[in-house]
Structure formats: C-alpha cells, structure tokens
Design a binder for this molecule. Structure first.
Ligand code: DLL
Length: 435
C-alpha cells in the first residue's frame, strides 16, 4: 500500500469525495458569479443562476471556457479576488496573444504546494530526501511548483533550475540528490551523460518526477535503466495551477487527479458532449478551491481517458492516462509550448508568405525544430538577397517569440509541397503520444 501526504483525503471513499466536490463546487460557483463579470455574463447568457448548481451532477450546465477566452480576458478579466490579495503570477511561454498569466493568492499557492507534495510523497519522498529540481524557475510553473511541494514535505530542496549539466551533476554527486524533478527529455539527457562518464555509482538517485511534455513508456524504461531509478509521470498546466494536477503513484498506471481541488470531465471535442468514463476525449477541468484564477470547465485540448478502476495504492482519486494527443495544433518542443501560428506570425512579419513547414525531431534526447520557408518571388528575383542574413533574422525573431532556438532554412519558391486540403505545416517525427 502507498505512501501518502494526506491519507484521509487521498483515500477518501468516492461517495464522500463526490460530496466534498459538490459542496466546494456550489461555493465556487457563487464565488465566480459574485466576483467575475465574465462568468456572470456567461451564466446569464446561458440562463443559469448560481442556485441551479447544486452539486457535481449539475456541472454540465455551466458553459465551457477556452484559451481564446483567456486571451480576451488578459490580463485581469478572470481575477476572482482584488489584486491586493494576489501574491504571485506564473505564466506560459508565448506572445501576449497566446500567453496565459495565472494569478495566485497565498491560499492558492498552499493548495498547489500541497498537490506537488502529494506527488513527491507518492514517488517515495520523505523529509530525509534531497529533491533536485531542474525544471525551469521563473514564470514557468515547473520549478516553483515542485520547489513548493518539496518544502512542504520537508525535504532538502535544491533549486537548480534548468540547464548547466556540469553543475547539475556536480551538485547531484556532492549533495547526494535522491529525487530528480525535470522534463523527461532532460532526465534522459542526464542519464546519457552519467553513463558516458561512468558516474552511475556516484549518484544516489532513487526516483524521478517527470512531466511538462509527452513521453513514452520506452522513454520511461530507458530513463529508469540509465539512472537506476523509478520514473514517475506528473501532469499539470499553468491555467489550472501548474504541475501536480495529477501524478503517478507506485503503480505507474495512470495519474491520480487531485479531485478534492479539480473536477475532471472528458468531452467530445467537436460537440462538447460529456463522455462516459473510459472513452477518449478532451480533458476539461473545473477548479473548486482556487480563488484568484478560478477556471470553470476549462478545455485543456489534451486528449485523454479517465478511469476509476481501483488502484492498489489505495488512492480513490480518478486516474488519467498519459495524454494521447491534442485537439489543437500545440506542440511541446524543448519543454516549451509552441503553436504553428506563432511561427507564421514571425515569418509574415518579415515579409514571407505562408509557404513554410515545421519539422520537429528528437536527436538523442534533445528536441530539434527546423522551419523551412520559401523566398517570395521578389526575393528570388533579387540578386542581392542574402540568404544567410535572412535566416539569421528569422532565427532571432523566432527566439524572441518562442524563447527557444530554431534552425531556419530559406528555400527557393515552390520547393515545399503544396497540399490540396488542409496545409500540413508540421511534421513531428518524435511519435511521443501513445495509443
Ligand atoms: O507544463 C506544467 C508542468 C510542469 C507539468 C512540470 C508537469 C511538470 P504548461 O507549460 O502550461 O504547464 O503546459 C501544459 O503541457 O496541457 C500538456 O499538453 C503538456 N503536459 C504537461 N504535463 C504533461 C505530461 C506545464 N505529464 C501542457 N504528459 C499540458 C504529457 C504534458 N503532456
């Protein structure tokens, strides 16, 4: 049987859990209706009053909200409390148009820390562990989330942030890190370096908590073997708080969603119809405890399956499978969310036409992304056109838009295959999603 951070809540009988969710949902609906004009207007338009929501069985009556709504309400439109009660923001990467800025009260941070603490304890963490956090810190939720969770558990926390592999390995060895938290691709990267240098005997890692991007079972086996650890998946998104919305227990068979804080639903992405347990659809979350940025029926665009099948760890919280894809065109490259439209914006702003292709691959354990774009006929006719300078300029534009390095190739007109239907802008050779 499992290790728990909050056994009473994590193993609560499902009937009690539903009752807790219902009570919290009713309060949350009153909160958003009273404090967020956006929700008040949406509910009024749909003819729903707060008193119509009496429990989880009424959740389907509420309207959905999606990323476009977040963009329209940027930055303060969805705030559920006065700004003076907020103590933190976190944000996704991307331009203003795509960027999500999430606000937290101190209570919201406490809830988030608690969710991450549960994930660490489920991975075998205790106050005697040394938790090595090399998710990025700053606006990205990975570093701050696991950092907060580790503090709550009472573990010694190494706030390493990402990059600088030399320093990561040095600290890992000198301070005896036992739990590694980072993206699975970086874990694989570290594993490779450790093997190359014959350092495996010098490190004390026993577990890793990896997420923020899709990864396969093959990758899990590879990481477990090279690092000599048990590798646990963790899921989350900035909109809903960050990592720890769900996490794996020792069974490593799906991630338990923290249902006392987030109510999940699976819907048909085309019709919005709520699907029964076991069917593939888009994951939707309703936050029932967060006050500053309380998203209700938020469409994640992650495609997934839920199961309430009994788990041998004793947790009763519903499990989600690894996300199986996206119902939009977002890709996670080098741990960063990338939309093809962001790339298109940079190209069009620099005078190109929408004749481009994006090729994503994984070489060793690192993602690569290449953008091929055609010269316009005018550029092709201009004998002074400097391809190297043009490529450099696009690289700089993409770096500032996405925050990551992109290879760019400017090619002759009509070299990129034209499609007769939807343009196939992205070729993702990584095959990261399963099922
Ligand atoms: O990636 C939060 C996070 C940090 C999760 C650290 C886990 C660990 P965003 O940057 O907002 O937040 O990206 C959220 O990343 O909608 C999924 O598409 C994808 N994603 C997150 N975790 C996983 C995972 C963080 N374990 C988006 N498996 C989500 C597959 C994941 N995809």
């Amino acid at each position: 049987m499992g290790n728990y951070f909050q056994k009473d809540i994590e193993t609560m009988p499902v009937e009690e859990l539903k009752k807790l969710q219902s009570d919290r949902l009713v309060e949350q609906v009153k909160h958003v209706y009273a404090n967020v004009q956006f929700y008040r207007e949406r509910m009024d338009e749909a003819g729903i009053k707060p008193e119509d929501i009496k429990g989880v069985e009424d959740l389907h009556k509420l309207p959905f909200i999606n990323k476009d709504d977040l963009r329209d309400q940027y930055p303060y439109g969805l705030l559920g409390v006065p700004l003076s009660e907020c103590v933190r923001i976190q944000s996704t990467s991307g331009t203003t148009g795509r960027r999500v800025v999430a606000f937290y009260t101190q209570d919201d941070i406490d809830v988030w820390d608690e969710c991450c603490a549960r994930a660490i304890v489920a991975a075998g963490g205790t106050k005697d562990d040394v938790v090595h956090v090399c998710y990025g810190y700053g606006l990205f939720t990975g570093g701050p989330g696991l950092n907060g969770g580790s503090h709550k558990v009472g573990s010694l926390t190494l706030p390493m942030s990402s990059g600088n592999t030399e320093r990561q390995l040095q600290f890992m060895e000198d301070l005896g890190s036992t739990i590694l938290c980072c993206t699975p691709s970086y874990a694989a990267n570290l594993g490779e370096t450790i093997t190359e240098r014959g350092l495996k005997d010098k490190i004390k890692l026993k577990a890793g908590i990896f997420g923020a991007e899709p990864w396969t079972e093959e990758m899990r086996h590879n990481i477990e073997e090279t690092l000599g650890i048990k590798a646990y998946d963790i899921y989350g998104l900035t909109e809903i708080s960050g990592p720890g919305v769900s996490f794996e227990c020792e069974e490593q068979a799906g991630m338990h969603i923290q249902e006392d804080h987030f109510i999940p639903e699976i819907i048909n992405p085309d019709t919005g119809e709520v699907l029964p347990e076991g069917e593939v659809g888009e994951l939707v979350f309703t936050c029932i405890t967060k006050k500053a940025f309380p998203l209700m029926r938020y469409r994640t665009r992650d495609l997934c399956i839920l199961t309430r099948k009994k788990c041998s760890c004793g947790r009763t919280h519903i499990r989600m499978r690894k996300p199986m894809g996206r119902s939009d065109d977002m890709m996670v490259v080098k741990g960063v969310n990338v939309f093809p439209s962001q790339i298109e914006t940079v190209l069009l702003n620099q005078g190109y036409q929408a004749n481009y292709q994006i090729v994503v691959d994984r070489i060793g354990n690192s993602d690569t992304i290449e953008v091929q774009v055609e010269k316009t006929p005018e550029m092709a006719a201009d004998t002074a056109f400097d391809v190297a300078a043009a490529q450099k300029q696009i690289v700089a534009g993409l770096k500032s838009m996405l925050g990551i390095g992109v290879n760019v190739k400017v090619v002759e007109p009509r070299t990129i295959e034209r499609s007769e239907g939807k343009a196939k802008r992205v070729i993702d050779k990584r095959n990261l999603y399963i099922g």
